[in-house]
Every structure is written in C-alpha cells, then in structure tokens.
Design a protein. Structure first.
Length: 816
C-alpha cells in the first residue's frame, strides 16, 4: 500500500504509545512524555504526528527493540514477500503519463537502499515486484506489452545477476488483463522462456473489471497450466475526487477497499475452486476480512494467503486469525512505499503481539517464514528455496544475514565507555567536530562569524559544561554523526535516545519560562541542537518522511523562546550571538509559508544591536527579513479590483527600496563576501586546492545574498535576473561539496538551493532554464553529500506539487 502519513491517526498514535507503556517500564518516563505530546483523540488537527517528531518515534522504536520481551521476535530472520522496485522504464512511463494519476508521488528507490532496509529488518530473502499502477499506465496496446517485457528483464537481472541476486526472487509483470492476448504471451515468456519468476503480480482491477470477469478466464486457465503463484496487489478504484479533504491521496482509503472488492468478487464468482493449482496472496489491509463472517464465505477466504504489510495492530492480527488459519499468513513490509519509520513501527507492533498476546505464538516469525518457504517452493519452477541446517536461501546460494540482534548490540568500540564519563564524552565530541567542520575539524575563527552563522560552535561548548539539556542535545548530535560515519547502528540508536531525553528536558523547562530570566540561552541552544539533529538524520536510502516538517517545528519552538524574552533580552552576551545567528534560520519558515516575519520590525532590528555594532551578516539579514512580507503581499488578492493597481505600485516601490539596499550592501560591508564569491565561481572547483573556514563563511554569505536577490526579482517579475542569481548559487555549491567540507555542508547550502528549486518549479515549461535544472541534478548526483541534500528536500513540505516534482524527478532519473 502506498503509505501516506494521514493513515496514522492521532488516536492510533495514542493507542500505540499507551500499549508500549504497559510493557516497557524501563523507558516509561520518555514514553509518558511522548504520550502527553499527542493531542486529545478527538482533535481534528490535520497535522499528523504534529506533536510527535519522527526522531522521537524512532527513538521510541529503538528503545523498545532493546527490551528483552521483544528480543526474540526482532532477532528472527524474515522472508519478505512484499517488496517493491521501480524499474527505470516503469518510472519513465509514469513520468510520460504526467505522474501517478492518483496524485501519489512515487517514492525514492535504489537497489542498495532496499538491501539496506532488508539488512536493518533482518530480512535475508525478499520477493520483489512492481507496484500499482503497473504497466497499464502505458495503456492496453503494444507500448504496455513492451513495458512489461522490459520490466520483467529488469526484475530477472536484479533477482539473479546483481550483486544481491542471492537474496532476491521476483513476481513477474503482466500487461493489463483487458489485453488478453498480450497477457497470455507474457505469461508464456515468464514460464517458458525466462523460467526465473516465483509468481506473477496481478492487480485488483483492470479498468472497470474485477478479476472474476469472464473475459479473464483464458488468463486464469493459462496460470492454472503453470500452477502459478499470484500476488494480488491493490489498484486504485479510479473514483473522484483525486484528493480527500484536499490533500489525502485516494489510494490511502481505497486500496483496502479495492482488496476487499476483488476478494469478494473471486469468492462470489466461484473462480478459486475452478483453478485449484493456483495460490493467491493478498495484502491483509483493514477491510478484507469483514466478509468472512458469513459462514459460506469463510472457507473460500481461507483459500487466500495474506501478508501483514502495514497491518500489525492487535485488532488486525486477531481479525486475520479469526478469518484464516495461521498457515496462510506471510510477512511483508511494502518497502519503499512504507517509509523507514513505518516499517520500524510495523515490526514493533508485530513483535509486541508475538511476545505479549496469547495468540502471538501462532504467528511467530519462524512460523511466517516457514509459511513463505512452503508456498514459494510449492510453486518453484526452475529455482527453489532450501532450509538446510535451519538456514534458508535460494538453492545453490549462500547468504549470512545481519540479524537485528547484531545491529542492536551495545558492545561497540565507541560504547565501551559510559556516556556519563567525561573521557567518553570527550571522545565523541572530538570525532563530532572532526566530522562536522571543514578540514577535519578546523574551527571557524571569530572573524568568520561576521559572515556566517557559526558563532554557536563556541557557545554550545560553553553551555554544555553547565546545562544538562544542552549537553544531552550536543551528545545526541555527536552520536548521530559519529554513528553514521563509523557505520555503527547501535551508536545511532543511542543518539535517538539522547535526542528524546533532550526533547523531554526542554519541554519540561519551557513550562516555567519567565521573560526576565537569563536561563533562556540554554533553552534556545537546546532547541537549535534538536533542529540540527534532523539534518544529521537524513541519509540516502533510509530517510524518514518527516525531517523537514520536524525541522520546521523546532524552528517554531526557537521563535517562541525568543519572543517570550523580547528584543531587550538579546542586547549582549551569549543571548545576542544566539539571536544573531538564529535569526537567519528563522526566516526560512516565513519564506516557505509566504508570511511576513515577526522579526521584521524596527524594535527587533535595532534593540538587540543598541550596544553592539552590526556585522555584514546582520545587515544582509535585515534586508532578507523584508522578503517574506513581499511574497505574502504578492499573493494577496485585493478586496476590490480597483485597489489592484495601487497595491501593485506600493509593492513595486518597496521592492525598489529593497533592491537599492541590496546594491548598497554589496558595495559596502558586503563587498568582501560578494567579491570573494564572484571570484570563486569564475574558477573551476577542481582548480581550487583548499578553502579555509573563513573562506567557506564568506562564500556562504555570498550565496545568501544571491538567494535574496533571486527572491526579490521573483517578486519584481524579473525572471531573467532571478535565474541568473540561481545559476550563481548552483555554481557555488560544488565548492561546498568538497570532501573536506564536513557535515555542516547542508547548513550552508540548504536554504540557497531551496530557492533554486522553487524557481525551477515555476519555470518548468521554459526551455531557457533547462540548464539550471541540469546543474541542480548534477549537484544531486554528486557523491559528496548530493544525495543527502536531495533526501532532505524530499522530506520538505513544499508549497506546490511542481516543487516536489523537481526534487522527485531527479530521484527517478538516478535509477536509470
């Protein structure tokens, strides 16, 4: 099923957390805090997981995974019968059709990412298939037949000849069943010529026809001849509107209904008994088994096999066991349509049921694995699975999976010392700064803070000595980065736990905010560290869908802390530096929402600098603060048409003043940064031997200047100049993609490149800007953090589908 976050209701979230509370006393303090973050079940808030950051959910999952009650279930090796791939030809066909007509955006997929997911879920064998829409996206003619053949060749190569072929089987692709002759021919190709598939994928509907339609009898007979295994996958019902409540893709609600309709149709048309040598697997989903309570239908329903992808709540599993024998239940994950955190939640719910429910032993992992092996071997044609010595793999193949128990072990070199010990903390922090900062940990000098937002680096080290929240937040970031760099999953797990502790500490302290207190510095620093953690969590292939939204929520938290204190509280000391650095990042959400900033007032622009002079960065941010208000007014519709002309004239006058301010800045305090940046992009990146931290800081400010100019010219309807500034930004990015840049890369380039993404999205039909798109895609493909940047943008809640498409199109191109 194509997962959308709306599937997880707030009520369900509270239920899951409540259940966790009952079985995990060791983490009860954290879980109770998370539970309090969820609003009342009756809330109608459209923001799902709004009060539960995804990293907190991940921490919950990882902490739970360590409890002994779940260890056995989670350590067991899985056989996944519900894995999806996106062959390049299939992705291209969706693009050619103008995208998925249901409105759902195809997920990012790579073979390596899928294997990583299999490793992390302790899956040694996976059966891959093509998901909806299937090749019927290309119609019912020769084009669809050709696409099916191309996809089947890709699947066969991936499952047999790739580096990971020892771990994969596949369900073949068939044309739209309304093309009966084409479908019959492709079945013969799969079973007579290719002789490699483990079954075929069939969709619940073809046009307005269900699978029991008499037109399809020749196809059923052909599959009967080959004693085929059929994976029946949901397809859209093609009902309107495309989006429910204006934003929820139709498949989220209708996929379960599509499964039910087809199951009932096959039962009522008595199709199953006619073809006794065919076995059908079908996703469990929520609605499939309601029909089974009719006595005459229950036996027929027992002819199906069900995988439990995204269907592992106690209610769902009890319903499934009420309907069918435990021998008919299989394991499935629905990767990559189910994101990483959903698969984690799936496994934890399942493990909880196995460990705690009286019916749990009926569907323990080894039972589901045995079911899958038996079913696959029953229909094996040229290849078979074996279970010699308790291991399983494809015949003549050997594979030793990395089990969950290996991943969660805590006896790693970096964890031999307790985190409470100063020596251990120092070791982590030393590695953190080395991996984060340019040139293997070279600190930004004081002069660099005039051009960039790096002043926090000195401040956080000071505050961490005396504040538990800051220290915990800093260690969370350190563990996350070190764990990723050293490929130690247990260290990343501990980082998530530390993140949750920092979040809890911050939430508790915020209940006692007083404007006159000077203790807001640690709170503001902790909030900034939590936001920084989201950037470190994005990695190619396993990113969550929520990092962008969670980063925005942390930004909102920082804004609330600053506003509670007022401008008088930021005139000097650490507070002034934190505000001056943080102000830039707090503008990004305003630009994203096209809403004027609360900091764009004379008081907020002057009082914090009443005793300290402004530096070039501060002066540029003053100008940038005007941009969100200009964007808001650009989209505002006047109450009367007669006001349109005067409002537009006022807007253009404000733009003129802003443009003049930018010109003055670039020839005065900002001249050094702009000149350095202009000179840098005129030189090929390969010819620049090294850059100092101060060089990076000046180049960063140059990009902020270009981004501001591009946004301003957008308001002025000057696309030519807006595009020129975007080009300069993209030419600068390779200098930040140098191997010696450090993980702080995304902090520097994230905002400027997002401006480029938005510009390209508005110009998709203009060939003059194709070169910009190519530059952007080249950046995404660069092995030095390009995929990390793209991965974060995939989690960003863009304001338009075109913006999302600009990012997602690249991910598809990379699979080609």
């Amino acid at each position: 099923m194509k997962l959308f976050l709306a599937q997880y209701s707030l009520k369900a979230t509270r239920s899951v957390l409540s259940a966790v509370l009952n079985v995990s006393k060791q983490a009860s303090g954290v879980f109770e805090f998370l539970l309090r973050q969820c609003p009342d079940p009756g809330s109608t808030s459209p923001m799902l997981f709004h009060y539960l950051p995804d990293t907190a959910l991940t921490s919950l999952c990882r902490a739970l995974a360590l409890s002994s009650a779940f260890a056995t279930a989670l350590a067991s090796t899985q056989l996944d019968t519900h894995l999806h791939v996106l062959p390049p030809a299939f992705s291209a066909a969706i693009d050619a059709a103008g995208g998925d007509p249901t409105g759902y955006t195809a997920p990012y997929w790579t073979l390596e990412g899928m294997i990583a997911s299999m490793d992390e879920t302790s899956t040694d064998i996976g059966i891959i298939s093509v998901s909806a829409l299937g090749v019927q996206i290309a119609g019912t003619g020769q084009a669809a037949r050709d696409l099916a053949r191309t996809c089947n060749k890709y699947l066969a190569t991936t499952a047999t000849k790739s580096a990971y072929g020892k771990r994969l089987g596949f369900f073949g692709v068939l044309p739209d069943w309304r093309d009966v002759n084409g479908t019959l021919a492709e079945i013969d190709f799969l079973y007579l010529t290719q002789k490699l598939c483990d079954g075929v994928t069939v969709f619940t509907t073809y046009g307005d026809m269900l699978l029991g339609n008499p037109l399809f009898l020749p196809i059923w007979q052909k599959l009967q001849d080959y004693k085929a295994l059929i994976f029946i996958h949901p397809d859209s019902l093609w009902v309107g509107p495309k989006f429910i409540a204006g934003g929820l893709p139709q498949p989220i609600v209708d996929f379960p209904l599509a499964t039910t309709r087809t199951a009932v149709d096959l039962i009522m048309t008595k199709a199953l008994p006619k073809f006794p040598d065919i076995d059908n697997t079908i996703p469990r989903r929520r609605h499939t088994s309601f029909y089974c309570y009719m006595a005459d239908a229950k036996a027929d329903l027992g002819r199906f096999y069900f995988d439990i992808a995204l269907s592992t709540s106690a209610a769902q599993l009890h319903g499934l066991l009420d309907a069918v024998d435990a021998d008919r239940i299989l394991f499935g994950s629905d990767y990559p349509y189910a994101p990483a955190f959903a698969i984690d939640a799936l496994l934890l719910q399942y493990a909880q049921f196995v460990a705690m429910d009286k019916r749990g032993p009926l569907i323990r992992p080894e039972k589901l694995r045995a079911n899958s092996l038996s079913l696959l071997n029953k229909h094996a044609f040229m290849r078979a699975f074996n279970t010699q010595d308790g291991n399983s793999a494809l015949s003549a193949r050997s594979y030793s999976p990395r089990h969950a128990s290996d991943q969660t072990a805590v006896s790693t070199p970096l964890l031999d010392l307790s985190l409470e010990r100063t020596a251990a903390e120092s070791k982590y922090l030393f590695l953190y700064w080395r991996f984060l900062l340019p040139n293997n940990g070279q600190l930004f000098p004081l002069q660099a803070t005039r051009h960039s937002t790096t002043g926090w680096i000195q401040i956080v080290q000071y505050l961490a000595q005396n504040d538990a929240g800051v220290r915990t937040g800093l260690l969370a970031n350190a563990l996350a980065l070190v764990g990723q760099k050293t490929e130690q999953f247990s260290v990343v797990m501990e980082a998530c736990n530390m993140y949750t502790k920092a979040l809890q500490t911050l939430a508790q302290s915020l209940r006692h905010i007083k404007p006159e207190e000077t203790t807001e510095d640690p709170r503001l620093m902790t909030s900034a560290l939590l936001a920084a953690f989201e950037l470190l969590q994005v990695s190619d292939g396993r990113q969550s869908w929520l990092h962008g939204m969670t980063w925005l929520r942390h930004s909102a938290g920082q804004k609330a802390i600053i506003l509670a204190r007022g401008p008088e509280g930021y005139k000097e000391g650490l507070a002034h530096q934190l505000f001056a650095d943080g102000r830039l990042h707090l503008i990004y959400p305003n630009i994203h929402e096209r809403k004027r900033s609360v900091f764009n007032t004379p008081e907020w622009k002057s009082i914090p600098w009443s005793t300290l002079p402004k530096n070039p960065k501060d002066e540029l941010v003053d100008i940038l603060l005007e941009i969100p208000g200009l964007l808001e007014d650009l989209e505002r519709k006047p109450a009367h048409e007669t006001q349109q002309g005067s409002l537009y004239a006022q807007l253009q006058e404000r733009c003129r003043i802003c443009d003049e301010s930018l010109r003055n800045w670039s020839t005065s305090s900002g001249q050094a940064s702009v000149s350095f940046a202009e000179g840098l992009i005129s030189t090929p990146a390969t010819q620049v031997s090294s850059l100092s931290p101060e060089n990076f800081a000046m180049a960063h400010l140059g990009m902020i200047y270009w981004a501001t100019c591009s946004l301003l010219h957008r308001v002025m309807a000057d696309d030519t100049n807006a595009g020129l500034y975007c080009r300069k930004i993209l030419l600068m990015v390779p200098f930040f993609q140098r191997p010696d840049m450090g993980a702080i890369f995304i902090n520097f380039v994230g905002f400027p490149v997002s401006v480029v993404v938005s510009f390209i999205a508005r110009q998709e039909s203009h060939a003059a800007f194709e070169a910009l798109k190519e530059l952007l895609y080249k950046i995404f493909m660069d092995p030095n953090r390009g995929s990390q940047l793209r991965a974060f943008y995939e989690t960003w809640p863009w304001q338009s589908t075109n913006e999302t498409r600009v990012v997602m199109n690249k991910t598809k191109a990379r699979t080609k």
